[in-house]
Design a binder for this molecule. Structure first.
Ligand code: HEC
Ligand code: HEC
Length: 219
């Protein structure tokens, strides 16, 4: 009896092992497939965002590295539906909007976002002149509730990381939020959170000051 039982145990543990190996092979296979899918999709993006995802100023394209997977997916959805980038005065957004159409499904967006995150993030030299980081630090007190004291953002609040990003791009975004070129579409819930914040920035000088402070973060 004993030997029969241990035989049965032996077989069931063996078949369990076979089943587990089989399942993990499937999971591994799909993970690998998702990875190459993201990498393949990203080929359409390199011409503007660069092979390393660091952005290309001449193309008006920001760095994508440093952004969270969730934020990237959200922005791609917004560009695809025209909630972002469809405003007639949105010169840069209008360049990105058709690119989001190259992603057929949300899975595509997730795959490309996860590939972008895998590229890693590195500091980007500031390009704007005349910003005062000391004044900017005082202004940043109103930003940190959402973007964090370290500027790394907060997915729960849909607030993106502001570190390791081009300051010229961020200046355009602050102006766009303020004028309603970005964030004024009634379906743009996260944009509507950021818009009133941009209105606290009285002029370009105040924007440059806060960006000068942000560029000291994340190093
Ligand atoms: C023709 C040039 C071009 C191509 C190709 C392109 N983009 Fe963009 N992308 C832009 C520009 C320009 C912006 C900035 C839009 C703005 O200023 O609002 C942008 C913005 C973005 C943003 C928002 C970043 C942020 O900080 O909010 C994401 C995400 C993005 N692109 C992802 C992609 C992905 C993924 C691809 C490939 C499928 C891609 N882009 C292809 C030009 C391009
Ligand atoms: C109430 C929360 C909140 C506060 C406070 C806030 N933001 Fe934002 N910010 C957001 C959200 C949410 C987004 C993303 C909007 C979207 O999805 O388009 C954003 C987007 C941005 C962007 C665009 C980033 C990109 O990659 O395109 C910049 C730049 C920015 N914020 C700067 C600031 C600055 C500077 C301050 C302080 C003056 C500030 N924010 C205060 C919530 C906030």
């Amino acid at each position: 009896m004993k030997s029969i039982r241990s035989h049965a145990e032996f077989f069931s543990s063996k078949s369990l092992l076979v089943a587990l190996t089989f399942i993990s092979a499937i999971l591994y296979g799909s993970a690998v497939k998702a990875d190459t899918r993201g990498e393949n999709l990203y080929r359409n993006c390199t011409i503007c965002h660069g092979p390393d995802g660091q952005g290309i100023p001449l193309q008006l394209a920001p760095a994508l590295t440093g952004l969270s997977e969730k934020y990237i997916v959200e922005q791609l959805k917004k560009f695809k539906s025209g909630v972002r980038g469809a405003h007639a005065d949105d010169i840069a957004g209008l360049r990105m909007l058709p690119m989001a159409q190259t992603m057929a499904t949300e899975e595509d967006m997730q795959a490309v976002a996860s590939y972008i995150v895998s590229l890693g993030s590195s500091p980007i030299e500031p390009s704007l002149e005349g910003g005062d980081p000391v004044k900017g630090q005082a202004t940043y007190a109103t930003c940190l509730a959402c973007h964090g004291p370290d500027g790394k953002g907060n997915d729960l609040l849909n607030a993106p990381s502001l570190v390791n990003q081009h300051d010229w791009y961020q200046l355009v975004q602050l102006k766009n939020f303020k004028s309603g070129v970005r964030g004024s579409n009634p379906q743009d819930i996260a944009g509507a959170q950021m818009r009133p914040m941009s209105m606290l920035l009285a002029d370009e000088q105040m924007m440059k000051d806060v960006l000068a402070y942000i560029s000291t973060l994340g190093k």
